[in-house]
Design a protein around this ligand. Structure first.
Ligand code: HEM
Length: 367
């Protein structure tokens, strides 16, 4: 079926397969008090329930603005739409009396050494990640939510993302705009035990009780200097990632999913010590116990002010512990050779709300 159920112990859009199209949009909440926030989350849940299940588009008499944009015709098709709702640190600033409920690692995202963060592309009270098969489906969903929440949500930043069609069709690892397979080292999102250990907050994480079943989100908007990359020798490109460009195999190995043997390559003869994969996941004591579940999308805007392609990656990862997950990984990556070709300029830290069951609404356990 084309329906990805939005109900369950966890929200959809995290361990469910990544379809081709995405919109990431951050909002500030306009409500002044807890009751207003509750109404906002209830209304969001209602819209998500309708949009992800689909059905006849609402109609109105000609004197009123049409309640549905009409973009999907008379019937809204589910089209594997997921809308994942996450909250930012600013939601816990006191406006809603939620200071004591803040997940312990949730803060404003700091700038890492290679970052050039632009405040207009950062943070927000809420992040919605909308994913579906077709571009018009995610656009319809975002317009529907904005139309229904004019007095409740103010959009802050938005980025469109895409996955290569071939990867989605053949269920293979997507290739990013550098031309490398991206996602090979991911844990298996179909393995519930692994997801419980790595992705979903549970009692071991010592988080506020409401957060159980949720997950930390790190989203980073990263521009690539592709003109420069496209003039870089293949050997250098491969050394930067530590993988073969065509097969995706760790250098010195044959197949994409072969595990590199770093212990047998202590001087980085095959996989350079400063390569992205080796720094990201050094495998010093076997696989890291805080591996990230990455679910990134590529983006393509217009040109930068200096006339270069404005393209890159919407890096997004989910983990039950932001500190040992994204933050520790990013610290190991600081100073990596890849930095010559990338410039992170936006994003933020968020916490994906626990799932909703029965007639519940998103964020119910928080409020
Ligand atoms: C692996 C690309 C940013 C964490 C990889 C791989 C590629 C890649 C091609 C190898 C294939 C794979 O295992 O998926 C990029 C690009 C980035 C980027 C183009 C943006 C500029 C990041 C960031 C983090 C990160 C910001 C986290 C802080 C990882 C991890 C692996 C990985 C954990 C898996 C390593 C392994 O299991 O061997 N990345 N990455 N990456 N990357 Fe990135």
């Amino acid at each position: 079926s084309e329906v990805v159920p939005y109900r369950g112990a966890h929200q959809a859009g995290i361990t469910t397969p990544a379809p081709q199209e995405a919109i990431f949009i951050a909002f500030d909440v306009l409500a002044k008090d807890r009751q207003g926030l509750q109404q906002t989350l209830q209304l969001l849940t209602e819209r998500i329930a309708f949009l992800t299940r689909g059905g006849p588009a609402a109609v109105s008499p000609p004197k009123l603005p049409p309640p549905d944009s009409g973009l999907l015709g008379d019937t809204v098709s589910p089209d594997r739409l997921t809308i994942t709702v996450a909250v930012g640190a600013s939601l816990f600033d006191g406006r809603f009396g939620l200071q004591a409920q803040r997940p312990q690692h949730l803060s404003q995202m700091p700038a890492f050494p290679n970052d050039a963060l632009d405040a207009a592309w950062c943070d927000g009270d809420l992040l919605l990640q909308c994913c579906a098969n077709a571009r018009e489906t995610v656009i319809h969903a975002v317009r529907d939510i904005i139309k229904h929440c004019p007095d409740k949500l103010a959009a802050r930043w938005k980025m469109d993302g895409f996955q290569p069609a071939g990867a989605v069709r053949h269920n293979s690892t997507p290739i990013n705009l550098f031309g490398f397979k991206d996602g090979t080292g991911n844990p298996d999102s179909a393995d519930a035990a692994q997801m419980n250990a790595l992705v979903w907050v549970d009692d071991k994480d010592k988080e506020p009780a409401w957060a159980k079943g949720g997950s930390y989100v790190a989203i980073r908007l990263i521009r690539f200097t592709l003109e420069q990359w496209d003039r870089t020798p293949l050997g250098e490109q491969q050394g930067i990632f530590g993988r073969d460009k065509s097969s995706g195999a760790p250098l010195g190995k044959q197949h994409e999913f072969d595990d590199p043997d770093f212990a047998a390559d202590p001087h980085g003869q095959h996989v350079p010590l400063d390569s992205h994969m080796r720094r990201a996941e050094p495998r010093q004591h076997g696989r890291h116990d805080a591996r990230l579940l990455r679910r990134s999308y590529s983006y393509s805007l217009g040109l930068t002010k200096s006339g270069q392609l404005d393209m890159g990656l919407v890096f997004i990862c989910f983990q039950s512990n932001l500190q040992t997950g994204f933050i520790a990984t990013q610290k190991r990556l600081n100073g990596e050779p890849l930095e010559e070709y990338i410039k992170p300029f936006g994003g933020g830290y968020f916490f994906a709300l626990p799932g909703v069951e029965g007639n519940g609404w998103l964020g119910q356990s928080l409020l």
